[in-house]
Design a binder for this molecule. Structure first.
Ligand code: SF4
Ligand code: SF4
Length: 328
């Protein structure tokens, strides 16, 4: 499917950075290696920037995974972050987790949770716990109707059941060392509320109504690419949303943008500044190697980041990244 091109000049964001004396945006070293191991997913969420779904066939090869593990061994890389699609659907995930855990770094898997209700993937509840994998799990809203509107009927109830199973394994409980973070994003064309306030609300509702626990809430700003861009265009919200993002530009977020400390690896081994650039097919440039086969820490750690208008989503309000807001 064709991605929607931005309706604003490609260098809007670069110009804004220049006007603030912050251009060009450069990497500040690589701390996080994010691997997108598949675009296949059991869900087809309305906001999905990956445009993932059951019919996607892209899967990272064992060879590319091995190259990723070689790169991840670099001493400056502290975190391996595995995402998709639904990583659980990749037939080599169990093997990969064993290899990654052997590197003794922070190990993250991004899960939609719902997939682990399927008997074929339930074993991951124990595999994640055995490797002390930090789970980042999307739960767009604590209102079942809103969450289901975005991810499909019954998805909220399924996620709640899996959080219960994770809590039984001590995930999300204080002092257990098994971290469970939830991810909120708006179910519509607006910016998220204050992360700290929403975390209090999520915690209260999940505890009082369902008896559930989690560690942290990450709030994301929906990025205007992929299926979310299609929704914005279809609903006539594209221009307003882009204007909202541009008006909410917050200079305080620029130093902490995730692309400054992250390298994103596509299923086919190509390298990107972030998952969003990956979905727009914007590989790293500035002469740095753009495939994991040719990984060169120093050249990649000094690269200039490729920016376009969708970057305004990361600098809007409190900012947004795979770890949630960038400022409090
Ligand atoms: S948003 Fe996540 S869970 Fe939903 S379709 Fe995309 S990858 Fe799957
Ligand atoms: S989308 Fe965000 S993380 Fe990606 S390059 Fe732009 S500012 Fe950086």
């Amino acid at each position: 499917m064709q991605l929607m091109p931005p309706s604003h000049p490609a260098d809007d964001f670069a110009e804004r950075l220049r006007a603030c004396g912050l251009a060009p945006l450069r990497s500040a070293g690589i701390e996080i290696l994010q691997m997108n191991i598949t675009r296949q997913c059991n869900l087809s969420c309305k906001h999905c920037h990956v445009q993932a779904g059951p019919d996607r066939a892209e899967m990272m090869s064992r060879e590319t995974m091995t190259n990723c593990m070689t790169a991840a061994a670099h001493p400056n890389i502290t975190t391996i972050d595995i995402t998709g699609g639904a990583p659980e659907l990749h037939p080599e995930l169990e093997w990969l987790l064993g290899e990654a855990a052997g590197l003794k770094k922070r190990l993250i898997v991004r899960s939609n949770l719902v997939v682990m209700l399927d008997p074929a993937y339930r074993r991951y509840l124990d595999i994640f716990a055995a490797h002390k994998v930090e789970l980042v799990a999307s739960l767009p809203d604590y209102h079942p109707e809103k969450s289901d509107r975005q991810r499909g009927a019954g998805s909220f109830a399924a996620a709640i059941e899996v959080i219960r199973d994770l809590n039984h394994r001590s995930y999300g409980l204080p002092g257990s060392g098994l971290m469970l973070h939830l991810v909120h994003n708006p179910v519509g064309a607006y910016l998220p509320g204050l992360q700290s306030a929403l975390e209090v609300e999520y915690r209260r509702v999940l505890r009082d109504q369902y008896g559930l626990h989690f560690n942290t809430l990450f709030c994301l700003v929906n990025n205007p690419i992929g299926r979310y861009a299609e929704y914005l265009k279809r609903s006539g919200n594209w221009s307003d949303y882009m204007r909202t993002l541009q008006c909410a530009f917050n200079i305080q977020t620029v130093g902490s943008l995730m692309c400054r400390t992250m390298l994103s690896i596509g299923w086919d081994g190509r390298l990107y500044d972030c998952d969003f650039n990956q979905m727009l097919d914007l590989t790293v440039n500035s002469g740095a190697p753009n495939h994991i086969e040719n990984f060169d820490y120093h050249r990649l750690a000094e690269r200039e980041v490729v920016v376009r208008s969708h970057c305004f989503a990361c600098t809007a309000g409190a900012g947004s990244s795979c770890q949630g807001a960038l400022t409090s």
